[in-house]
Design a protein around this ligand. Sequence first.
Ligand SMILES: NC(=O)c1ccc[n+]([C@@H]2O[C@H](COP(=O)([O-])OP(=O)(O)OC[C@H]3O[C@@H](n4cnc5c(N)ncnc54)[C@H](OP(=O)(O)O)[C@@H]3O)[C@@H](O)[C@H]2O)c1
Length: 209
Amino acid sequence: MYRNEAEVGRAISDSRVPREQIFITTKLPPHHAGRERDTILASLRALGTDYVDLWLIHWPPHGASPRTWREFIAVRNAGLARSIGVSNYTLSQLDELQDATGETPAVNQIRWSPSLYDPLVLAGHRERGVVLEGYSPFKNTDLADPRLGKIAAQHRVSPAQVVVRWHVQHGIVVIPKSARPERLSANIDVYGFSLSHQVIADIDALARP
Ligand SMILES: NC(=O)c1ccc[n+]([C@@H]2O[C@H](COP(=O)([O-])OP(=O)(O)OC[C@H]3O[C@@H](n4cnc5c(N)ncnc54)[C@H](OP(=O)(O)O)[C@@H]3O)[C@@H](O)[C@H]2O)c1
């Protein structure tokens, strides 16, 4: 759906970084349900690789769709994807896939940010052994919030870095997007400081009005 696989493939090739040092995720658009194998083969061709690291169902196609999930398992077993997961699934939809196939998705990519923090949803993923991958961490955050600004100033970092670090300390995979090289560098530069339990709890509390 993002229509960027060929560009990503070209960038990987131009970078000369060895394939095994790059983690590539791509997704099955929900309207491609029923054409799973053709879709992954087309993605691999465009990306110029013979496997992806993670393949996700972008959105529940028609409900949880155990039929699509069975095809995902077959693609993973054929070595075309090292791991498989879903996106925008509820906990009960994850259970539906597990009940129907005996396999739980490795990852569920869902909207996540301090303002959306829900400890029950996080615990539900952990109990099921599903990695919560949070998307749109900044779009759902007011980076000008003075409470975030104060925490950022105390740690001599930016509010965006506080938000990324908060995800990391919660054990959530976070995928901030930026088109600016300087922000790409800053957003990943979050391993030189840490947030105390109290500060994490204060950020959790931003979700409560
Ligand atoms: N599974 C799904 O259904 C789904 C849906 C939506 C998104 N996603 C994924 O989630 C990832 C991120 O999503 P997103 O673009 O929606 O949200 P995002 O990463 O929360 O926000 C991106 C916006 O934040 C700005 N930004 C980046 N770094 C910043 C910084 N340090 N300070 C201030 N602003 C900053 C970017 O502007 P600049 O580019 O100008 O820096 C851009 O406008 C993407 O990989 C996307 O594919 C998944």
